[in-house]
Design a protein around this ligand. Structure first.
Ligand SMILES: Nc1ncnc2c1ncn2[C@@H]1O[C@H](COP(=O)(O)OP(=O)(O)O)[C@@H](O)[C@H]1O
Ligand code: SF4
Ligand SMILES: [Mg+2]
Length: 334
């Protein structure tokens, strides 16, 4: 396994109290594999990713438990200097908002080139040639001319391609893309997703794709981990999860996939509000919103059950599915 997060716990201490943002998350991604991490806003997707990248806001954030194994080493035990090296060269992150992630006063060529000058010790001239090559690689038309332009001179989709190029520059083993297409319109979303999927295959990278939109990951992800209140509530190969969800929350998400004419909106079809992380409901955190909740759900936290049964619609060899629902069987067949 390239990356394995084990039982990660993160909290934020603020004046108002302690927000339990990540409460025992475990997930993994292999080289050449895409893991989609899905969940409503506030479910702890970004905080988990920031902990992996080592860019968590500490304080107020604090990692209170767990391990982050990357190529077998626990990143939480590395010294800051070594951590910085891993972050610079072996993993990279793509953010939703390219405009604020890129430097507005440097040309894109200078920013891309900088990666090669700093990390590879290249000359300015060679670095510039590499920048053009990368821009070609992410299919920015007329790269040779546009390498001299500034971020604001590019469209949203093109800027996102530049971010992808920056992330790819040092050929990292792992890329984490945090809502990389949320700000884009639907056609451009699909193009950027396709590009990411293609590059992931070509470079055999591990890719973690964070999104609140189940609609955009169906074609590119291998596995999906669904998060709720800082926990993974369902984890499954993508097609199995689509065909037969084993958790009522996943089912709700599937029922609320945005239509093509509604771009970039949060999901809102599941009734009720996301939980208050300073006061997470007892038992199953989803119980106040769950259509099939009963007494047990209000008292006992459901563990991540292994989903061992198959239905007519799932493959017979679906190992490795999990659902944190006491009544996953009912959900799977219902
Ligand atoms: N810098 C911060 N300071 C205080 N609380 C934070 C901070 N970042 C995240 N949180 C808390 O963690 C929760 C989960 O955040 P996040 O992982 O960003 O959610 P998402 O699933 O939308 O990416 C937030 O709702 C908030 O309560
Ligand atoms: S454990 Fe209970 S409340 Fe939680 S998702 Fe399952 S049925 Fe719903
Ligand atoms: Mg987020």
């Amino acid at each position: 396994m390239l990356l394995e997060v084990r039982d990660l716990q993160v909290e934020f201490r603020t004046r108002d109290g302690v927000a339990k943002a990540v409460n025992g998350v475990s997930y993994g991604v292999d080289a050449g594999e895409t893991l989609a991490v899905l969940g409503e806003s506030g479910s702890g997707k970004s905080v988990t990713a920031q902990a992996v990248m080592g860019i968590l806001d500490m304080p107020p954030g604090r990692i209170t438990g767990g391990e982050i194994l990357f190529r077998g080493r626990d990143l939480l035990k590395l010294r800051e200097e070594e951590r910085r090296r891993v972050r610079g060269a072996e993993m990279a992150m793509i953010f939703q908002d390219a405009l604020s992630a890129l430097n507005p006063v440097l040309t894109v060529g200078d920013q891309l080139g900088e990666m090669f000058v700093v990390h590879r010790g290249m000359s300015r001239k060679d670095a510039r040639a590499k920048a053009v090559e990368l821009m070609d690689r992410v299919r920015i038309p007329a790269a040779r001319e546009r390498v001299r332009q500034y971020p604001h001179q590019f469209s949203g989709g093109m800027r996102q391609r530049i971010m992808i190029a920056m992330a790819l520059a040092l050929e990292p083993a792992l890329i984490i893309a945090d809502e990389p297409t949320t700000a884009l319109d639907v056609t451009v979303q699909a193009q950027v997703m396709d590009l990411l999927a293609e590059l992931r295959r070509e470079y055999r990278m591990g890719l973690i794709l964070i999104t609140h939109d189940l609609g955009v990951v169906a074609d590119v992800a291998d596995r999906i981990a669904v998060m709720y209140a800082g926990r993974i509530v369902e984890s499954a190969p993508v097609h199995d999860l689509y065909k037969a969800p084993a958790h009522p929350y996943t089912k709700g998400l599937l029922d609320s996939i945005p239509r093509l004419d509604q771009k970039g909106q949060e999901l809102y079809a599941i009734k009720g509000l996301p939980p208050n992380l300073m006061n997470i409901p007892r038992g199953c955190a989803f119980h106040p919103r769950c259509p099939i909740a009963r007494d047990l759900c209000r008292t006992d936290v459901p563990p991540l059950h292994k989903v061992t049964e198959v239905t007519e619609v799932t493959e017979p060899d679906v190992a490795d599915r999990g659902s944190a629902c006491h009544f996953w069987r009912e959900c799977l067949h219902g």
